[in-house]
Ligand binder design. Structure first.
Ligand SMILES: [Zn+2]
Ligand SMILES: [Zn+2]
Ligand SMILES: [Zn+2]
Ligand SMILES: [Zn+2]
Length: 304
């Protein structure tokens, strides 16, 4: 029986696609069975995974869940008619196959699981130097903490983007006039006009960049502090303490782990901000704050 559902197409696709496609699938699966080391670097006149990723030889959409269209990851389930769905969709559909309503969510589709695991794709930052490869779908999780992530210059009139260490050098060379510096473990002034919206602090000469931003809203001014860096472990891991005082009133906010962003956003934050209420500002147009930034793990040494 033939239906016109996506799930049917997935399975029909495996059986009836071109000879070349089938060869490609089987060679990748066999490679994995032999140890998986060279999956993707197939021999002879075969091509590298970069080309597989481009879809020249294999339609990568076949590896997406036909229900939610996200990359299929194990476990993958099938109904008695052979329709497949990811585990999240099985739960959402209360274990009723969206194509034929038969139960789904008990029997795994082992061959599809093997195919998905055997397809190796490069990190989306491969062209910037990341050599990591992942089975299909897992590269997206890695991308969030890849040390080759692109970071964008926070200067308003500048379009520079690069690896974070290159961005720090670029900023020091091109925008130092607009920048305050900070030293880890010491209080620094963070003075800004509310209308400026952003104050960039740089550690030493050409070190990490920290963006202090303020957002004027109905109830007051929201202040955020973010480090511009990739989220790779061990890169620019800071904590901070921010304070604002006027007269005998003071308020402070801090995070044990400063958020890292690749690009500044001018959207009002939903979390991790200090809110300075309007009555507290009393019409003043600038915020004279103090900030103490510490490198995580060095808190004890720096205090002495
Ligand atoms: Zn799904
Ligand atoms: Zn079904
Ligand atoms: Zn990467
Ligand atoms: Zn710039």
């Amino acid at each position: 029986m033939v239906t016109d559902t996506n799930a049917e197409q997935v399975l029909a696709g495996e059986a009836s696609s071109s000879h070349l496609k089938r060869q490609r699938l089987s060679s990748l699966v066999e490679e994995e069975a032999e140890g998986g080391e060279n999956v993707g670097e197939v021999t002879g006149d075969e091509v590298t995974t970069t080309e597989v990723r481009s879809g020249m030889l294999l339609d990568l959409d076949l590896l997406d869940c036909p229900v939610c269209c996200h990359a299929l990851t194990n476990p993958i389930f099938q109904c008695d008619n052979g329709h497949i769905a990811c585990s999240a969709c099985c739960i959402n559909m209360r274990n009723k196959c969206p194509s034929c309503t038969l139960p789904i969510g008990i029997h795994r589709c082992r061959i599809m699981e093997r195919v998905v695991e055997a397809i190796m794709v490069p990190c989306p930052n491969a062209k910037r130097g990341c050599t990591d490869k992942f089975s299909y779908g897992k590269e997206l999780a890695h991308e969030k903490e890849c040390s080759f992530a692109l970071c964008y210059c926070p200067a308003s009139d500048c379009n520079y983007a690069g690896l974070c260490k290159d961005l720090y050098r670029h900023y020091h060379a091109n925008h130092t006039g607009y920048c305050e510096s900070f030293t880890c473990g010491f209080n620094a002034d963070a003075w800004m006009h509310i209308s400026d919206k952003i104050l960039v602090l740089q550690e030493g000469r050409g070190g990490p960049l920290v963006a202090v931003q303020c957002f004027e809203e109905e109830h007051g001014v929201y202040v955020t502090v973010n480090c511009i860096a990739s989220c790779a472990p061990g890169v620019s891991e800071f904590s901070y303490q921010l304070s604002y005082s006027h007269g005998d009133k003071s308020m402070s906010f801090g995070l044990g782990e400063m958020n890292r962003i690749q690009k500044v956003s001018f959207q009002t934050p939903e979390k991790d901000f200090m809110l300075v209420p309007h009555y507290f500002l009393n019409g003043r147009e600038s915020l004279k704050m103090k900030i103490c930034i510490r490198r995580r793990g060095e808190e004890q040494e720096k205090k002495t």
